[in-house]
Design a protein around this ligand. Structure first.
Ligand code: HEC
Length: 198
């Protein structure tokens, strides 16, 4: 009798573990899907505003504009989607974009993939029992990016760089070449919200 009871007990533990595992997988695939949508649409808004600012007043004006508006635009998208959104990098321009420990390990992971020429696809990590981090690599994939993140003295003129430094005294986000790994989107979901999402 005791053996049968023990077997039932172990079996129920096993099924509970499987159910939890299955639910985790489902939440991960939702986070993957939503993270991609949210980073796409935030990117679209940021890129649209950047292009408009350049067209209206040139690169200096665009730096000024990004300095004032990139964060508020991101905060608005956070409110819209109810998540935390950040763009981070191993070499940041804005100190507020500095990676935390989890982000740093993912940035290093992406950086080594980029060095090896391996495919760069989004990654998901559980931060704790209730929070999931979606991370997606950002490549410097347009010539336009170089005018503010390229080599100082060539792609980025000395006078523009002096202006960038006046806004971002600790800037490290230059010296990039086309198609370099630049950074990543970091989006944090909480589990309740993903449970509700369809
Ligand atoms: C007009 C100059 C300009 C151009 C062009 C530009 N950026 Fe930036 N970039 C900035 C500024 C300024 C910031 C800091 C924004 C802030 O204060 O939040 C920034 C921040 C970033 C960040 C956030 C991490 C960090 O370093 O703070 C990423 C990622 C990034 N840029 C990628 C790109 C990519 C990719 C392109 C091309 C599609 C691009 N940028 C084009 C000026 C530019």
């Amino acid at each position: 009798m005791l053996k049968i009871l023990t077997a039932f007990f172990l079996l129920s533990l096993f099924f509970a573990a499987c159910e939890k595992e299955g639910n985790h997988r489902l939440l991960e695939s939702r986070a993957l899907e939503l993270g991609t949508q949210i980073s796409d649409s935030t990117q679209k808004v940021l890129a649209g505003n950047l292009k408009k600012a350049i067209a209206e007043g040139g690169v200096f004006h665009a730096i000024e504009y990004c300095n004032l508006e990139a964060m508020p635009i991101t905060r608005k998208m956070e409110e819209k989607y109810g998540v935390k959104i950040k763009r981070s990098s191993l070499k940041v321009r804005n100190p507020q974009d500095r990676p935390d420990e989890n982000e740093l390990s993912l940035l290093r992971h992406f950086d080594s993939l980029a060095t090896a020429g391996a495919p760069m696809t989004p990654a998901i990590r559980w931060l704790d029992d209730d929070h999931l981090l979606y991370a997606r690599p950002i490549m410097l994939n347009k010539g336009l990016c170089l005018s503010c993140h390229g080599e100082v003295g060539s792609a980025v003129s000395d006078s523009l760089y002096a202006f960038i430094r006046s806004k971002y005294p600790e800037d490290r986000a230059t010296g990039y070449k086309l198609n370099d790994f630049r950074g990543m989107w970091s989006i944090v979901f909480d589990e309740d919200q993903l449970e509700k999402a369809d």
